[in-house]
Design a protein around this ligand. Structure first.
Ligand SMILES: Nc1ncnc2c1ncn2[C@@H]1O[C@H](COP(=O)(O)OP(=O)(O)O)[C@@H](O)[C@H]1O
Ligand SMILES: [Mg+2]
Length: 226
C-alpha cells in the first residue's frame, strides 16, 4: 500500500544574486513497511528533501500525496496531520530537557488528545520494548547518546505513525551505538512493519536498508540493492 508519493519536487533557495536549485524535479514514493535509505554527501539536500516529504517545509513546486490525497502545504496548519501520521528522528535528539525520557515520549500522544495517564502507560510500554525500562525516569542529560536516540525513536513511534523520517539518526553516535540504532530500526521494520526513510552519508548504513536512493546534484536516483 502506498503511503507517500512526491511528484516533480523542486526546491530553490534565493540568495542575494542567484538562485540555488537544491532539488530538481524529484519523484519518489514509499509503500507501507518500506525501509528506505537516501544517501548523499553533506550539502546534497537530504535534510531539505526529508523536511519537504515530512511536511515541515514547503517545496518551491511539486505535489505531495499521502494515501493518494494531495496534501496542500499552503495556508494550512499541518501540525495535527504530522502528529497523527508522521514521526521524525533527527541527528540531534531535540528531547525536552526538563522532562524525563518517559514524559518526552508521552507528550506527542497527550497532544493528540489522549489522557496523560494513558500516554504515560503507552510510553512506558514502548520504551520498555526498546530496552529502556531502567531509564524511564532519567532526564535527557542523564542518558547516553544511544539512549537519547532510542528515546527519540520511541517519541517518533508513539502515535503509530504511517511513516518515520530519520535524518542522520546516528550522526552524533560512536560506531557501536550507531549500529545499535540501525539494528533497532531494522528490527522495528521487520517485526512491526514500521516504515522508515533514513537520510545518511554512510554507505554501510545504506547497505543495511532494503531500498536505496542516491541524492546527487539535486537529482534522486534509485540504486540497485547489492
Ligand atoms: N534556508 C536556506 N537558505 C539557503 N540555502 C539553504 C537553506 N537551507 C539549506 N540550504 C542549502 O541547501 C543545500 C542542501 O542542504 P541540506 O538539505 O541541509 O543538505 P544535507 O542534509 O544533505 O547536508 C546546502 O547547500 C545548503 O547550504
Ligand atoms: Mg542534513
Amino acid at each position: 500500500m502506498e503511503v507517500l508519493r512526491a511528484q516533480r519536487i523542486v526546491k530553490n533557495y534565493q540568495d542575494a544574486n542567484s538562485v540555488l536549485n537544491i532539488l530538481k524535479d524529484i519523484d519518489f514514493s514509499v509503500n507501507k513497511a518500506d525501509l528506505v535509505a537516501i544517501r548523499g554527501t553533506s550539502g546534497s539536500g537530504k535534510s531539505t528533501l526529508l523536511h519537504i516529504l515530512g511536511l515541515l517545509d514547503e517545496p518551491t513546486s511539486g505535489n505531495i500525496y499521502y494515501f493518494d490525497k494531495l496534501v496542500s502545504t499552503k495556508n494550512r496548519d499541518l501540525s495535527q496531520f504530522r502528529n497523527q501520521h508522521i514521526g521524525f528522528v533527527f541527528q540531534f535528539h531535540f528531547l525536552l530537557m526538563d522532562f524525563t525520557a518517559l514524559e518526552n515520549v508521552a507528550i506527542p500522544m497527550f497532544v493528540s488528545g489522549k489522557s496523560w495517564k494513558r500516554s504515560l502507560a503507552e510510553a512506558r510500554k514502548l520504551l520498555t520494548g526498546l530496552g529502556m525500562d531502567q531509564r524511564l525516569k532519567h532526564y535527557p542529560n542523564q542518558l547516553s547518546g544511544g539512549e537519547q536516540q532510542r528515546t527519540a525513536i520511541a517519541r517518533a513511534l508513539i502515535n503509530r505513525p504511517d511513516i518515520v523520517f530519520a535524518d542522520e539518526p546516528t550522526g552524533n553516535l560512536d560506531s557501536k551505538h550507531a549500529w545499535e540504532i540501525i539494528n533497532l530500526i531494522k528490527h522495528l521494520n521487520k517485526e512491526y512493519g514500521h516504515t522508515f526513510i533514513i537520510a545518511t552519508h554512510d554507505q554501510n548504513i545504506c547497505n543495511n536498508m532494503n531500498i536505496h536512493y542516491k541524492l546527487d546534484k539535486g537529482v534522486l536516483e534509485q540504486e540497485a540493492v547489492l
